[in-house]
Ligand binder design. Structure first.
Ligand code: DX5
Ligand code: ZN
Length: 219
């Protein structure tokens, strides 16, 4: 059964506490928090102060997805804000191994995110160090985009690589355009953490939306 991580990006920003309560009561496992800087990606969202404010109201696992340049400058701020997982994009790190260590030393679980076009081999020498890999299934920057089917074989390849190298403990997260219709395919390919913005916060009944995702994920 996959971990369901609704993405706050699709929530009503004027009522975040109620929005988070709705997915908590609806059976979400994690909360996915998209941090965008208007530089690595075209959009801007929110920063560590908002994460800290939400943390004081929620016991969900906080899955912080940094879509920002120079993530190394902000790791401690997001760790102090209460992040559990911190994902950094390989494309933004000159010294990926060092940033992963920085996340671990800050007391969080490190994850590496890859854009759809970024090859898996960038992970070759850091797998020992991470708790999760995030494969983007859209180009990061906006919610509500369509799933890119070309990433399916990439999910499969990564799952195989993790199995072969005895890294079954590393989570494989997918993010972007995930719906009940494609959840089965991505889980069959090897994903075990599903981020979903529109497919959860875009629906009025969050509990039903999360249930539909879980049902869709069966294969
Ligand atoms: C995209 C973000 C995603 C996004 C997913 O840049 O990283 O987390 O919120 O939203 P949906 O599920 O609507 O594609
Ligand atoms: Zn995300």
């Amino acid at each position: 059964m996959p971990i369901i991580a609704p993405s706050l990006l699709a929530a009503n920003f004027s009522n975040l506490k109620a929005e988070i309560d709705s997915i908590t009561n609806g059976g979400a496992d994690w909360l996915h928090l998209d941090i965008m800087d208007g530089h690595f990606v075209p959009n801007i969202t929110f920063g560590p102060d908002i994460v800290a404010a939400l943390r004081s109201n929620s016991n969900l696992t906080f899955d912080v997805h940094l879509m920002i340049s120079r993530p190394e400058d902000y790791i401690s701020a997001f760790a102090e804000a209460g992040a559990d997982y911190i994902s950094v994009h390989a494309e933004t790190c000159n010294h990926l191994h060092r940033v992963i260590q920085q996340i671990r030393q800050a007391g969080c679980r490190p994850a590496v995110a890859l854009n759809p076009s970024t090859p898996l081999y960038v992970l070759d020498y850091i797998l020992e160090e991470v708790d999760m890999i995030l494969l983007m299934t859209v180009n990061p920057g906006f919610g509500g985009q369509s799933f890119i089917p070309a990433v399916l074989p990439k999910i499969n390849d990564l799952a195989t690589k993790l199995r072969k190298n005895n890294h079954k403990d590393i989570l494989l997260e997918v993010d972007g355009g995930i719906t009940p219709e494609n959840a089965g395919k991505v889980c069959q390919a090897g994903a075990n953490v599903l981020v979903a913005g529109s497919a959860v916060f875009g629906k009025s009944d969050r509990s039903a939306a999360i249930k539909e995702l879980r049902q869709g994920a069966e294969f």
